[in-house]
Design a binder for this molecule. Structure first.
Ligand code: AAL
Length: 392
């Protein structure tokens, strides 16, 4: 039995003693826990624990916590190494087919100019005027760009301006991509949608579904006609403006489409932008997807990163909100609890997909791809590796 296991067993014993009034008294329980376990959190007197010490003990704010890990970052080689003038970002999960790994990502060319140039044809964001591309690799570090898999749609269609932030799910031998779409013109107040396309091969050709599978909620009210996303009469739901970063997880015989919402008239929280995630659920992979009445299901996070774990769903929250830099888990895929605080977390994670991540709590974060954004033009994909720190 290793140290971590003994420690967790102690913690479980500890939390059960709090709710079980017929069991031995708290003091008896405390007495049966070796002082060494309290020392970890500098608790010298276990019978006089402050609320903060109790929290640190119960949740194990230690580097040996089951859900704790750290990250290192590595430049990619080959076609996915940074290329001046080219934006590659928001990698999907990495899938393996016949010993070749594939990743899908957002790709656009050239500078972005923001809003208000007076020229609606100018690229406003690094993810504007993008298409979805695929690259392959045999070692996860050196990548060959294979080609474009999803093009922007015909003029007038819901995806005519940009297609981006893909995620991949392999289901019953088919490859399903979900991604964001924007219809021109790309204004500050533009709403967006999520679309799906499928193929019998990882490299395509992909068939687009005719209609989007998810849209922004329609319950906010803009104030005035100025193209300003902060001026609202009513903010509406957490996703009244945008539905971003779709990620599909098969769960409990259904399909859970997790996504990030942006709200009309976005405000700040006490720790950054108000960004939250939601989930929409369908019986069939093609939909229809119905938004959960429990949305929003997080109060923090940015690009969605979720995976099935231990009968529930785990998620990595980075970027925005008071609970950024945490890994969380929901037994029911909806009610997330913080499992550990993390540091130096990767942005826009695409996991190395495995058939199961149940080997240990953080196995899913063993390695994958993420993106590095150092300027509007310097945005590229790199590799992260998650590791358990050495504990002296
Ligand atoms: C991504 C996503 C959304 C944002 C932008 C493009 O990482 O969170 O899609 O709008 O960045």
């Amino acid at each position: 039995m290793n140290k971590t296991f003994i420690y967790i067993a102690l913690l479980l014993g500890w939390s059960s003693c709090i709710s079980d009034s017929s069991s031995r008294s708290l003091a008896d329980k405390q007495a049966s826990i070796p002082q060494q376990a309290f020392d970890r959190h500098a608790i010298t007197n276990p019978s006089k624990m402050s609320a903060a010490s109790l929290r640190a003990f119960q949740r194990n704010y230690g580097q040996d916590a089951a859900w704790y890990l750290e990250f290192s970052y590595h430049e990619l080689k080959g076609d996915l190494a940074f290329e001046p003038g080219v934006v590659r970002r928001d990698p999907s999960d990495v899938i393996t087919v016949d010993e070749v790994m594939y990743v899908y990502y957002t790709k656009s060319i050239g500078m972005s100019y923001g809003f208000g140039t007076g020229d609606p044809s100018k690229k406003v964001f690094p993810w504007d005027k993008s298409d979805i591309w695929i690259a392959g690799s045999t070692d996860g570090t050196t990548w060959v760009e294979i080609g474009k898999v999803i093009n922007r749609g015909e003029t007038g269609s819901f995806d005519d301006r940009s297609v981006f932030t893909p995620q991949i799910l392999v289901h019953e031998g088919r490859y399903y991509l979900v991604y964001q779409t924007v219809k021109a013109p790309y204004a500050n107040r533009v709403k967006n949608q999520v679309a799906m396309a499928w193929s019998n091969s990882p490299t395509g050709p992909f068939t687009k579904m005719e209609e989007p599978i998810l849209s922004s909620s329609d319950d906010g009210v803009w104030d005035g006609n100025e193209d300003n996303r902060y001026n609202v009469k009513k903010q509406g739901s957490f996703d009244s403006h945008k539905v971003h970063d779709p990620t599909l997880v098969p769960y409990m015989g259904k399909f859970y489409l997790y996504y990030k919402g942006e709200r009309m008239g976005e405000r700040l929280t006490n720790a950054g932008r108000e960004i939250r995630w939601g989930v929409a659920i369908a019986d069939q992979i093609e939909g229809p997807y119905k938004k959960s009445p429990y949305n929003p299901i997080t109060n923090s996070g940015h690009q969605v990163c979720v995976w099935p774990y231990n009968g529930g769903v785990a998620g990595l929250m980075v970027g925005d909100g008071p609970e950024k830099n945490t890994v969380q888990w929901a037994q029911d895929g909806i009610n997330f609890e913080i499992m550990s605080y993390l540091k130096n977390t990767p942005e826009a994670v695409g996991l190395y997909q495995k058939s199961s991540y149940d080997g240990n709590e953080v196995e899913a974060l063993g390695w994958g791809l993420c993106h590095e954004v150092t300027s509007p033009e310097r945005q590229y994909i790199k590799r992260f590796e998650g590791f358990k720190p050495h504990i002296p």
